[in-house]
Design a protein around this ligand. Structure first.
Ligand SMILES: [Fe+2]
Length: 391
C-alpha cells in the first residue's frame, strides 16, 4: 500500500511523479479523480469539513467576493462571523494562507514546493475557497500555477487555451480593464466569453487539478464546495536576469552614478545623457559576451540581502504606535495595519528573512516596492538590520 507522505507524489497518486514532471509540469494541465488514500490527511482535516468548521477554526479575517464583480480582485476583508453571514447570502469566501494556522497544510506546501525544485521566491501559499451553490470564479487567467484539491462538494471547471497571451506576468479577469503591463505582449482584444474550445472538468472530493499559469478558466460550485489550492509563482528568466544584472551593475561605479539629464527639457543635456547611457550599454554588451550564466546566478543568489531583528533594540508594539528604544534613543512611530502585522511577525521571528518571505505572508504588502519601503522604514527605525547572507 502506498504510504501517505505529504508531497506532490501523494497529491497526484497513483500518477507517477516523474511522468508528471516530464509531461505536465509546468505547462500542461493535469487532472486525477477519486477519494485517493494518499490525500486522505488533507481531505479529512477537521477544519475543512464544512463551512461552519472552517469559520469556527479560523482565527483571521476572511475575504468575501463582492457580488457586483464576483471575483477576488473585488473583495473585502472582514471578520469570520460577518463573512459567514454573507456566505449564506450566496457570496464566495476566500481564506488566505491556511498553512499559517493549520500546520499540517504547511508541511504539504513546503514539500510540494521542494518536489518542484522551487525556492521561496516562488511565493508558495495556500488558499481555501468556500463557494455556495452556483458560485465560483468568473473567467480569468492567472500569472501563477495552481494545484487544486477538491475537499468537499463538487465544482465544475471550464479550461481553455489562451490564444491572446502566453506566460502572462499579471492576472486578468475577462471583461475587466486590461492591466497596462499586459498590453505590450498581449494579442487584443481579449475574448468576452469562454472560448469555444473550452473543456469541462467536474472536480469531486479527492480530485486534483493542476492548472498551469495563463489558461483561461472559470468555475461554478455544484452544491456547497470547499477546495484547497496550493499556489506558486515560479520565477521567470526575467527575474533571474534582473537579479543578476542588478547585482553585477551595482558593483560598478559608472552604473551607480545618478542618471541625470535623461528627462531634461534641455536638448543638449538630454543628448549627452543618452550618449552616456548608450556608452554604458555598449560596454555591458561586451561584458555579457563573456559572461558565464552560472557565475552570474551564483553571485546574485549569494549576495541576496536578508534581514534580522536588531537584537539591541527594544520594541514595544501598541495599537497604533510602536516605541523603539535603541542606541539612538527612543523613537515612536505611527503604524498602519499591514506594518503592525509585519512588526508582530518580525518580533516573533528569530530567523533571517527576505522580501519574498514578507510578500508570501502579508498580502497587503504584495509588491516589491511596498515591501522595500516597509523594510527601509524598519531599518531606519533600528528595528531590523540587513545581513548579507550566503545561501
Ligand atoms: Fe484562477
Amino acid at each position: 500500500m502506498r504510504k501517505t507522505t505529504p508531497g506532490l507524489e501523494s497529491l497526484i497518486a497513483p500518477f507517477s511523479l516523474s511522468k508528471f514532471l516530464t509531461h505536465h509540469w509546468p505547462r500542461k494541465h493535469f487532472v486525477i479523480h477519486g477519494g485517493r488514500k494518499t490525500v486522505k490527511p488533507l481531505l479529512e482535516l477537521p477544519q475543512l469539513q464544512s463551512i461552519d468548521a472552517l469559520v469556527e477554526s479560523w482565527p483571521d479575517k476572511v475575504l468575501v467576493n463582492l457580488p457586483d464583480f464576483d471575483d477576488e480582485k473585488n473583495s473585502i476583508s472582514m471578520n469570520q462571523n460577518d463573512a459567514r453571514k454573507l456566505y449564506d447570502s450566496n457570496l464566495n469566501l476566500i481564506f488566505l494562507s491556511p498553512e499559517e494556522h493549520f500546520p499540517s497544510i504547511g508541511i504539504w506546501l513546503d514539500k510540494i514546493r521542494k518536489d518542484l525544485s522551487m525556492t521561496l521566491a516562488a511565493r508558495p501559499r495556500c488558499i481555501v475557497y468556500a463557494s455556495p451553490n452556483g458560485k465560483g470564479a468568473k473567467p480569468h487567467f492567472d500569472q501563477n500555477t495552481n494545484f487544486i484539491l477538491q475537499v468537499k462538494g463538487q465544482k465544475r471547471w471550464f479550461l481553455a487555451p489562451n490564444k491572446n497571451v502566453t506566460y502572462p506576468l499579471t492576472r486578468h479577469v475577462m471583461n475587466s480593464k486590461v492591466p497596462v503591463d499586459l498590453l505590450p505582449y498581449s494579442q487584443l482584444p481579449f475574448p468576452k466569453k469562454m472560448p469555444k474550445d473550452s473543456i469541462e472538468i467536474v472536480l469531486k472530493p479527492g480530485s486534483l487539478l493542476f492548472l498551469p499559469r495563463g489558461l483561461w478558466h472559470t468555475t461554478e460550485a455544484m452544491g456547497e464546495s470547499i477546495s484547497l489550492n496550493f499556489t506558486f509563482t515560479p520565477p521567470t528568466w526575467i527575474h533571474y536576469l534582473i537579479s543578476a544584472l542588478t547585482n553585477q551593475l551595482s558593483s560598478d561605479v559608472r552604473w551607480r552614478d545618478t542618471a541625470d539629464g535623461i528627462t531634461s527639457a534641455n536638448s543638449k543635456t538630454k543628448k549627452e545623457a543618452l550618449q552616456k547611457f548608450s556608452g554604458l550599454l555598449r560596454s555591458l554588451s561586451e561584458e555579457l559576451k563573456n559572461a558565464d550564466a552560472k557565475d552570474l546566478l551564483l553571485n546574485s543568489e549569494n549576495r541576496k540581502v536578508r534581514y534580522r531583528r536588531r537584537p539591541t533594540s527594544k520594541v514595544s508594539i501598541g495599537a497604533k504606535v510602536v516605541s523603539v528604544r535603541s542606541q539612538g534613543g527612543l523613537v515612536k512611530l505611527e503604524l498602519d495595519k499591514p506594518l503592525r502585522s509585519l512588526l508582530i511577525w518580525i518580533c516573533r521571528n528569530r530567523s533571517l528573512f527576505d522580501s519574498s518571505d514578507i510578500i508570501n505572508r502579508f498580502h497587503e504588502l504584495d509588491t516589491e516596492e511596498r515591501v522595500s519601503y516597509a523594510l527601509e522604514s524598519l531599518v531606519e527605525a533600528d528595528i531590523i538590520e540587513p545581513v548579507i547572507d550566503r545561501v
